[in-house]
Design a protein around this ligand. Sequence first.
Ligand SMILES: *[C@@H]1O[C@H](CO)[C@@H](O)[C@H](O)[C@H]1NC(C)=O
Ligand SMILES: *[C@@H]1O[C@H](CO)[C@@H](O)[C@H](O)[C@H]1NC(C)=O
Ligand SMILES: *[C@@H]1O[C@H](CO)[C@@H](O)[C@H](O)[C@H]1NC(C)=O
Ligand SMILES: *[C@@H]1O[C@H](CO)[C@@H](O)[C@H](O)[C@H]1NC(C)=O
Ligand SMILES: *[C@@H]1O[C@H](CO)[C@@H](O)[C@H](O)[C@H]1NC(C)=O
Ligand SMILES: *[C@@H]1O[C@H](CO)[C@@H](O)[C@H](O)[C@H]1NC(C)=O
Ligand SMILES: *[C@@H]1O[C@H](CO)[C@@H](O)[C@H](O)[C@H]1NC(C)=O
Ligand SMILES: *[C@@H]1O[C@H](CO)[C@@H](O)[C@H](O)[C@H]1NC(C)=O
Ligand SMILES: *[C@@H]1O[C@H](CO)[C@@H](O)[C@H](O)[C@H]1NC(C)=O
Length: 621
Amino acid sequence: MDIVILFTLALSALTVPHVEARYDYGRDVRRALQKRQSTQPAITTGAPRINGSIPFRKEIRKLEQDHEQWTLYILALDWMQFTSQDDPYSWYRMTGIHAAPFVDYGGVHALPDGGENGYCPHVSVLFPTWHRPYLAYFEQVMYNIVQYIASLYPAGPQRIRFQQAALTFRMPYWDWAATPPYNQSVLPLSVGGDSDITADGPSGVQQIANPLFTFTFKPLDRSVFPEFPFFEWNETKRAPNPPNSPDAISNNSDVARMLDAGLRQYQTRLYNLFANSGNYSSWSNEAWIPDPTNASYDSIESLHDTIHLAAGGDSGHMAIIAYSAFDPVFFLHHANVDRIFAMWQILYNDSWVEPMMAVEPTRTMSYGASQNASTNLTPFFVNDGQFWTSDMVRDHQVFNYTYPEVASKSRSDVISAINRLYTDFSAAAMSIKHERKRYLRMEPNKRATEVFWNKGTPGGSFVNRIIKAGHYREWVANIIVNKHAMKTSFKIHVFLGSVPSDRSTWESSPDLAGSLGIFAGKMSGSDEQGRRISGTVPLTSTLVDHVYDERLQSLDSTEAEAYLRENLMIRVVISDGTVVEPSQVDGLKISIVSSNVKAAKSNTELASWGRVASHFDIYAP
Ligand SMILES: *[C@@H]1O[C@H](CO)[C@@H](O)[C@H](O)[C@H]1NC(C)=O
Ligand SMILES: *[C@@H]1O[C@H](CO)[C@@H](O)[C@H](O)[C@H]1NC(C)=O
Ligand SMILES: *[C@@H]1O[C@H](CO)[C@@H](O)[C@H](O)[C@H]1NC(C)=O
Ligand SMILES: *[C@@H]1O[C@H](CO)[C@@H](O)[C@H](O)[C@H]1NC(C)=O
Ligand SMILES: *[C@@H]1O[C@H](CO)[C@@H](O)[C@H](O)[C@H]1NC(C)=O
Ligand SMILES: *[C@@H]1O[C@H](CO)[C@@H](O)[C@H](O)[C@H]1NC(C)=O
Ligand SMILES: *[C@@H]1O[C@H](CO)[C@@H](O)[C@H](O)[C@H]1NC(C)=O
Ligand SMILES: *[C@@H]1O[C@H](CO)[C@@H](O)[C@H](O)[C@H]1NC(C)=O
Ligand SMILES: *[C@@H]1O[C@H](CO)[C@@H](O)[C@H](O)[C@H]1NC(C)=O
């Protein structure tokens, strides 16, 4: 069988200090737009339709190929980031709606004891729905800036081209679960590759600070960041190195490496969330709801947390709830979460928000308040006096955007997109892959490699050891833990094999099956006990690689259970890099479960799970 290397880390020396330069329009063009903006009420509408049709939000790598829209996107980000931090349409204030700097937005006041919280609900049924108007609001502000910038090009064919492109502009999303193009990293080069970028703006081509690389505070308000070294950092950091140092610089290569190593677990978790999680209450958020079937530990919020921690690296802004939105990758990440939500809604369109008690307070909701489909999604107004609710945003098209996978609203289109994008590492689709004769495995250096086979070749017989009579056994580590166990974000690493002695190589170790990122910390009330959350680390793709390597004969129950009992190892690392004993982590419980899964037989089918069998527990308190 053939093996071809599919992607490697393509980011190179990325540690160049950030250059402070905005796009120079050659004259004061800001005032005119600011005047126009100040007369607009802060009502969330989304951007307008064009000739009745709804434009797509595009994947960032796709948007890059559209010269005009990409240029306008970069210039609009640059514009917002260089707008005064007092201005409600500045980067600082728009991203500050989420959490820090903890100030009121749009005249929507905090509860008497809510002033230290952001508006964003976590561990809540409102988690997916709240972000929908948030993104739409951001998009409409950006849309207006984009129209204005397009109008600044010199009159003639160039202005016409930019203005035409501006009309269908929508913010991009970053698909962190899709296998990147050949020889590229999961982290797009445009986001992590360079601190500078060229922009073909109205006054010609200029080199400016890349607004996707970092956001520089103008100025830094040290009081917003009580913890060292955040109050020393003038800009958002990713995988800051050296850690815990005022002089740290971002290492996007490290972030890229972590995301590439994590890709197979993002893909398989996402696939399982589509195939095996049809109840909105458990799908939408990570609150631990006791489940006697042991089948629903994962949620889109928990998967989203894991991406936050990978994108932040140890102790970057993205890894801390309250600071994450300042990092420009936040909105790219959340647009993808919203897209996944829209795809899931088409598969399970009768499952929706059911009432749940708030377990994390927000700026306007107290601990214990009822959260339901008609709860106000503050601070996003639908008109002068009322707020959007989950019921009102159930159909995302109310904000006049859509995504390629959901535009037709067809269930089979969504399923074929899932099979196309998210099954490269999955046994669930090997029978379909059998026709394509291709599967991705992780090499010891954490490069994904393509494995091809033909029926009857050794590769064919390897697949026959995984899939038997159209079924295979899926293996998962179900995890429960107290979100605030460590008073900051932390990661639970699950190794299958040995744990390297050098801590810095853990996340690229071939023996790392996956890591659950717990996104927490730096918020008031974070010492509240009992906020148990759940998530999963999928084990199947690692086991499949071990079957391929003939370290394990098959995924069958008795054999794989014995293999896991012998080889599973757990490590916990908190956000400043400190390793802690798993037994010291409040509420941690890890259970190994499996299910006999009927593999998909065609591109318009998803795998279907059987009863979940419980095998053994580790760290049961
Ligand atoms: C893949 O990336 C590496 C490192 O950036 C580069 O040296 C190599 O030429 C690339 N290969 C192809 C085929 O693009
Ligand atoms: C979105 O589209 C609807 C339906 O065409 C329209 O009523 C609404 O005004 C649009 N929103 C904006 C911001 O134009
Ligand atoms: C909208 O329709 C008009 C009339 O058909 C056409 O001239 C124009 O180019 C269309 N606009 C866009 C953005 O497609
Ligand atoms: C941060 O900004 C302040 C004020 O602009 C400046 O004095 C300080 O040197 C900057 N720190 C770093 C590490 O760049
Ligand atoms: C950045 O991270 C890469 C990959 O983990 C590592 O090889 C490199 O040494 C790091 N560079 C710096 C300057 O920390
Ligand atoms: C979804 O899960 C919640 C929480 O377990 C439960 O209360 C609710 O009845 C379930 N909904 C349906 C439709 O089964
Ligand atoms: C669920 O898992 C627990 C162990 O964590 C086990 O005791 C229980 O029997 C399992 N339930 C089922 C239905 O298998
Ligand atoms: C759910 O989908 C079915 C079949 O496509 C459709 O008939 C129904 O109207 C949808 N329901 C909702 C609430 O969108
Ligand atoms: C829904 O939540 C709101 C608060 O957000 C509360 O006032 C209302 O009573 C709740 N409704 C139900 C039916 O629980």
